[in-house]
Design a binder for this molecule. Structure first.
Ligand code: GLU
Length: 510
């Protein structure tokens, strides 16, 4: 099995295209096949190297490595259409010589008028065949006169074309709606329908899996395969990815490019898992619809590859549902190595205004605090807000909050925080065990327990009335307090200092 993903480098890698790439990749990986990346940049005006680089970067970020492609090479290269122009030229000559193609001198304006007339008269907008009837001599004379023709493929007019599609079954196209397609533009560049056939044939592609928007091209491509003496591949056209309102996913619906989702703090494994579920289901029956929060759909990529098959791809359009993506992401955030999440969160801390350049020790500290964030976030960009209590502590500011002041105006809580400050003044930095010991001391000393005990402790040590579990945050704070500056984190005020500052700030209240 040889499959390919063939993006045009004219923009970012979008969710729909990424899903096409993923389905091809899963197919190759699940069947011991080869995944080819081909850059369709024959349209020099719209293609850019920057876009190509961004697409490659995004595919790699998703983990969709290719076996053959522009940068890694392979036996069927080159893998950029702009480097294969000689091939298209020689096949165009072959078709011209066999009279399967002809020169077309129709101007864009003329073609547009014909198209509009056809539409107005309710006829299919296909090429009228004006230049089909020109003799070779007439054509040569016009070229000699300085005209620059395009080349059109002469579509046989004796039969309909049936596309046998793995997803859609047999799709019949009447020959009179096909029209003679341009295969080489007047400027000499190959048209998509022509280049794609030559490339897929020469690259020995066995399965063409792509978006449904290409199905109307497929009959022309099948006819070109035949005319060139190639065997057509197996085709599978995927229903497009839709937005929540069932119109094709576009900017209007919010983020659409893989780069945007990366920036928003989604993990690649979550996107891969989620994209696999758009239009395909591991359970078969639910293909095409977005089913509820079902753990059976949370599958690592190896498992997806093992289970993936085109037969289970649904006919109906898949809806892109960011809430479900967030649910999948939450799962992968919890599963991921905290050190990796710590590294990934650095950029988001910076964006949130917390400057840091952590070394290994800094990252380990962040990682130790990470479970208290990942327990309750959907995305990486939400992590900094969950960890503010680590880097920001200001007793005065905390007490300026009316809830905190109300709470701390009673005698019980005041006794708790004073006892806490006393106990901490004598205690070494806290780990979980030592924190429990200190809390017990305070309990014994004040007679307060449960919420009456822990709520004032929380306020004094974090400045907040609610937040992550103290068992997690306290040890992280005290580990952080002893970190040298070179660890690259903003200064972290230790629990002892916090409690003392809180008691000092409390004085005017007593
Ligand atoms: N370059 C085409 C696109 O990006 C590829 C279509 C195909 O897979 O044949 O839509």
């Amino acid at each position: 099995m040889r499959v390919r993903f063939a993006p045009s480098p004219t923009g970012h890698l979008h969710v729909g295209n990424a899903r096409t790439a993923l389905f091809n990749w899963l197919l190759a990986r699940g069947n011991g096949g080869t995944f080819i990346l081909r850059i369709e940049d024959s349209d020099a005006d719209r293609s850019t190297r920057d876009s190509e680089a961004a697409i490659l970067r995004d595919l790699r970020w998703l983990g969709l490595e290719w076996d053959e492609g522009p940068d890694v090479g392979g036996s069927c290269g080159p893998y950029r259409q702009s480097e294969r122009l000689h091939l298209y030229e020689s096949y165009a000559k072959e078709l011209m010589a066999a009279d399967r193609a002809y020169y077309c001198f129709c101007s864009t304006a003329q073609l547009e008028t014909e198209r509009q007339t056809a539409v107005a008269e309710g006829r299919p907008a296909v090429y009228a065949g004006t230049c089909r009837r020109l003799s070779k001599e007439q054509a040569q004379a016009r070229i000699a006169g300085g005209e620059r023709p395009a080349i059109r493929f002469r579509v046989p007019d004796d039969r309909d074309v049936v596309v046998q599609d793995v997803v859609r079954g047999d799709v019949r196209f009447q020959i009179d709606v096909i029209g003679d397609p341009i295969i080489v533009r007047a400027g000499g560049t190959p048209a998509y329908n022509f280049a794609v056939v030559i490339d897929d044939a020469l690259m020995e592609v066995t399965h063409v899996v792509r978006g449904e928007d290409h199905i109307s091209n497929t009959p022309r491509q099948i006819l070109l395969y035949e005319a060139l003496g190639f065997t057509p591949p197996i085709f599978a056209h995927l229903a497009l990815v839709m937005g929540s309102d069932h119109s094709p996913l576009s900017k209007r619906h919010g983020a659409t490019s893989i780069a945007e989702f990366r920036a928003k703090g989604y993990l690649p494994e979550a996107l891969v898992n989620y994209l696999a579920l758009i239009g395909w289901s591991p359970r078969g029956s639910a293909a095409g619809r977005s089913s509820g929060d079902d753990a059976a759909e949370l599958l690592p990529v190896d498992e997806l590859a093992r289970r993936f098959s085109l037969e289970r791809v649904g006919l109906s359009a898949g809806v892109f549902d960011e809430e479900k993506l967030a649910w999948v992401n939450r799962h992968y955030l919890k599963m991921a190595d905290p050190l990796r999440i710590a590294e990934l969160s650095v950029a988001h801390f910076k964006k949130a205004g917390v400057e840091m350049k952590p070394d290994r020790r800094g990252l380990e500290l962040l990682a130790s605090a990470m479970p208290m964030a990942t327990a309750s976030v959907d995305r990486l960009d939400q992590i900094p807000a969950r960890l503010t209590s680590l880097f920001q502590y200001d007793a005065e500011k905390a007490l300026a909050d009316s809830h905190v002041r109300d709470e701390m105006s009673a005698e019980g809580p005041q006794r708790v925080v004073r006892a806490l400050a006393d106990a901490l003044a004598r205690a070494p930095r806290l780990d979980r065990e030592r924190f429990r010991g200190v809390a017990n001391d305070v309990k014994a000393h004040t007679g307060q327990k449960g919420k009456q005990l822990f709520h004032p402790i929380r306020i004094a040590l974090t400045g907040l009335i609610e937040g992550p579990e103290l068992d997690l945050v306290v040890p992280a704070i005290d580990r952080g307090a002893d970190l040298p500056r070179e660890a690259g984190l903003p200064p972290i005020v230790g629990c002892r200092e916090r409690a003392a500052a809180f008691v000092a700030a409390l004085k005017p209240l007593c």
